[in-house]
Design a protein around this ligand. Sequence first.
Ligand SMILES: Cc1ncc(COP(=O)(O)OP(=O)(O)O)c(N)n1
Ligand code: TZP
Ligand code: MG
Length: 219
Amino acid sequence: MKTPTSPFPEVPYYLGLYPVVDSLEWVRRLLQAGVKTLQLRIKNLPDAEVEPAIIDAIALGREYQARLFINDYWRLAVKHQAYGIHLGQEDLDTTDLLAIHAAGLRLGVSTHDDAELARAVSVRPSYIALGHIFPTQTKEMPSAPQGLEELARHIKQLNGAFPTVAIGGISLERVQSVMACGVGSVAVVSAITKAHDWRAATEELLQLCPYRDDNHAQR
Ligand SMILES: Cc1ncc(COP(=O)(O)OP(=O)(O)O)c(N)n1
Ligand SMILES: Cc1ncsc1CCOP(=O)(O)O
Ligand SMILES: [Mg+2]
């Protein structure tokens, strides 16, 4: 893993509500609903198949002045100048971080434990994701949920040096307890996409997890 000699571009500490969705349709709906930070997470398709959705999602993100992160497809994200990219720990071994950095894209990195946190810190990404916090039905996880105590411990350990995003099993009912740990953002999938009324759920989540543009309030 070749690491850039300077940090990845900064993002606000309080990125706010951060829905992670798997289609252009969801990207459009959520932007129209006022979401300002989101991720397009399409899994395991050939680049050529996913490229049209990535191009359109990036264009929509720009139109709504939102922070749209692309999961996994870093080459396409660089090619089409996305706002940012989200990568997992395994991705770090196979990704050209120097190319992402040179292109000026923001980078978010997943972490699940102390060792992964240390590795993420060494990359100096734009934000660090911490999870999974609670059991989740959305993704098969090899590790146990971290829980709130571990989340709070990791956030304290980072001491405001990086914006943080909590992910995994975060329901509407759990958001406040997650925010109380000092995290800057809450990433959700099913709390929105499986909600009985996704608009109402998004509205409530936006209120509970506000975006703040005062860069690095924690630093
Ligand atoms: C905000 C956020 N946090 C964590 C993840 C998980 O990313 P990754 O470990 O790369 O796993 P996949 O999402 O690719 O299955 C995420 N996507 N977003
Ligand atoms: C992509 C991902 N990475 C860690 S947990 C997760 C899924 C989160 O989905 P949900 O909010 O439905 O638990
Ligand atoms: Mg990934």
